[in-house]
Design a protein around this ligand. Structure first.
Ligand code: PEP
Ligand code: MG
Length: 596
């Protein structure tokens, strides 16, 4: 590996933390991520040849995927659906067949036709502003890259003469699956997000990774010394001595924590005095089930169901949804799986599902309002859920309920769908709990009435905080005002817990706050029965639950509920954490990275 010629000063780049751990090593910038992409005009005589080149490259790309599938069969069978979906894209007329047509239509070389076809697909997906969908578009890009790689034959890649950190523009899930963990210390991707397939694979194969790190390929040359902090998303290029020593310490610490976490993941989440807390995972896709189980989830407290609806060709058919839900429930059975019905609109705009642009989408036609406005969409999802329910332990949850009447309307649709399935003689599960998210202040205010109508509550603090405090947390001008530890937020949680418990139902919390070590003792003290979070946070939370004494946490909660100011509240909480959870307060790697 060629070392860079000039001594460099340290430089810090920020990306998205995609897979935990810290890697320190020399960079290997992969050229095939940047191969020249010829855009050449051709003539009539060349059309046949270009079509043949494309067809042959396609076959080779398919063979490559099939071989990779065979190799992963034993250890990483959970990734089969990702590879299968890429095989499907290879066979899908919208991308490759369109490229074949463009060769003749525009008289261009196969590479150019492919790129243009991809651009058309991306354009089609561009109206879909949701993060999941953007990452779905990445699948099309990865497939095109596979074919381009085959079209261009061997690329002159630098030799890898030892373990290295790979730096690239857009590693595909297949690239990550093919990485040898002895040779690949970590990787940095210019593109991608935390829910992208490449990030999911990286977490499962336990390679530290940062994705969505713009300009990394420009800033780094092969041979540069890199620190990749997969906990915080930070990449340090050519760290100075002091930075390097600090990261070496953090790396050691993290590895020690990680060993301990493997142990805590599978212990019960039980306080010192024997109170059991359900510690569950928030998931978006089937492929994450393995991760949730590995990190010790005892159920799925929130399955965000939007992902499978974010397709450019309209909503998925009922049969496909049945298959997906059966698979989900079956692979987690007997653990409970809480599927939230569609929560689109607002920050999750989906082309084709929405009515018209809104001035204020967060207060507009979204979540359950949209489902009620589009009964066919809603009924199809409910039918699929009830039909799949025989395969596991299903709970259905409705997002953004704002009133008693709205809940009654939803329950009426549920009753109709169940009756319809019965009258059609379609087998469906009977034993399905029905619950709702409490994520708007009006639902908090009437929680006592709502609690009598559902089997469980799940508090969605991500939205509840934004609606209660009137703060859009992605608006940088006011984001600092978004505060989970505001007395108003804690009082609302307390009110919902009380209303739920008075009615004898379970009350859980599934916002980001559930996985935040800094607020955990308060949540336990407020009496929540279940917490659902990012899978990686589960072992930390379990360990902390096991250090907790209920009466002490309750005392803390009472104390904080009486605090008039958020500043005072935070100071008291800090004191409590330092006294009873010193290890967590000192240096918890995930906390240091801002929590998961
Ligand atoms: C919430 O609002 O807290 C929640 C969990 O839902 P989402 O983040 O998907 O809106
Ligand atoms: Mg929400």
């Amino acid at each position: 590996m060629k070392k860079s010629q000039f001594p460099k000063t340290s430089q810090k780049l920020q990306g998205v933390a995609a897979s935990p751990g810290i890697a320190i090593g020399r960079a290997l910038v992969l050229a095939h991520q940047h191969w020249g992409r010829p855009r050449r005009l051709t003539n009539k005589d060349e059309v046949g040849n270009e079509e043949d080149r494309l067809a042959a490259a396609l076959v080779r790309a398919q063979q490559g995927l099939l071989e990779l599938k065979k190799r992963c069969d034993a250890d990483f069978s959970q990734f089969m659906p990702i590879i299968d979906s890429h095989l499907l894209i290879l066979a899908d007329p919208t991308l490759v067949e369109r490229a074949r047509l463009l060769i003749a239509e525009r008289m261009v070389c196969a590479e150019m036709a492919l790129q243009d076809s991809l651009a058309e697909l991306e354009e089609k997906l561009s109206g879909l502003s949701d993060q999941y969908l953007r990452e779905r578009a990445a699948d099309g890009r990865h497939v095109v890259n596979l074919i381009l790689k085959e079209l261009q034959g061997d690329i002159d890649e630098p030799d890898q003469d030892g373990p290295a950190i790979l730096v690239g523009h857009d590693f595909s899930p297949e690239d990550v699956l093919s990485m040898d963990s002895k040779l690949v210390l970590g990787f940095v991707n210019e593109l991608g997000g935390v829910t992208g397939h490449s990030a999911i694979v990286a977490r499962t194969v336990a390679i530290p990774a940062v994705v969505g790190c713009p300009d990394i390929c420009q800033e780094v040359v092969t041979g540069d010394l890199l620190v990749v902090d997969g906990n915080s998303g930070r990449v340090v290029v050519n760290p100075d001595k002091r930075e390097l020593a600090a990261y070496q310490d953090r790396k050691k610490q993290f590895e020690e924590y990680d060993r301990q976490m493997g142990f805590f993941a599978h212990l019960p989440a039980e306080t010192k005095d024997g109170r059991k807390i359900a510690v569950e995972a928030n998931l978006e896709m089937l492929e994450e089930v393995g991760l949730a189980l590995e990190y010790g989830a005892t159920g799925i407290g929130l399955f965000r169901s939007e992902f499978y609806f974010l397709t450019p060709d309209g909503p998925p058919p009922e049969e496909l949804l049945v298959t997906i839900y059966e698979h989900l429930l079956g692979s987690l059975s007997p653990f409970p799986v809480t599927v939230r019905t569609l929560d689109i609109g607002g920050d999750k705009q989906v082309k084709g599902h929405h009515c018209r642009p809104e001035k204020n989408p967060a207060l507009g036609l979204k979540a359950i309002r949209l489902s009620l406005r589009k009964p066919e969409l809603f009924r199809t999802q409910l039918r699929a859920l009830f039909r799949a329910a025989r395969h596991g332990n299903l709970r259905i949850m409705f997002p953004m309920i704002t009133s008693y009447c709205e809940l009654m309307e939803v329950k009426e649709v549920v009753a109709q769908v169940r009756g319809e399935l019965r009258s059609q003689g379609l087998p469906s599960g009977d034993d399905v709990e029905i619950g709702m998210m409490v994520e708007v202040p009006s639902a908090v205010a009437v929680a006592d009435a709502l609690a009598k109508e559902v089997d469980f509550f799940s508090i969605g603090t991500n939205d509840l905080i934004q609606y209660a405090m009137a703060v859009d947390r992605v608006n940088e001008q006011v984001a600092h005002m978004y505060n989970p530890l505001h007395p108003a937020v804690l009082r609302m949680i307390a009110q919902v817990v009380e209303a739920g418990h008075n009615a004898g139902i379970e009350v859980g919390l599934c916002g980001e706050m559930a996985g935040d070590m800094g607020t955990l003792p308060v949540l336990l003290g407020l009496g929540l029965d279940s917490l659902s979070m990012h899978p990686l946070a589960i072992p930390y939370v379990k360990r902390m639950v096991r250090k907790t004494v209920s009466s002490r946490a309750e005392g803390l909660a009472t104390d904080l509920l009486n605090c008039p100011s958020a500043v005072d509240l935070r100071a008291r909480l800090r004191g409590h954490l330092q006294e009873y959870y010193p290890e967590e307060t000192q240096s918890e790697p995930w906390l240091a990275g801002g929590g998961v």
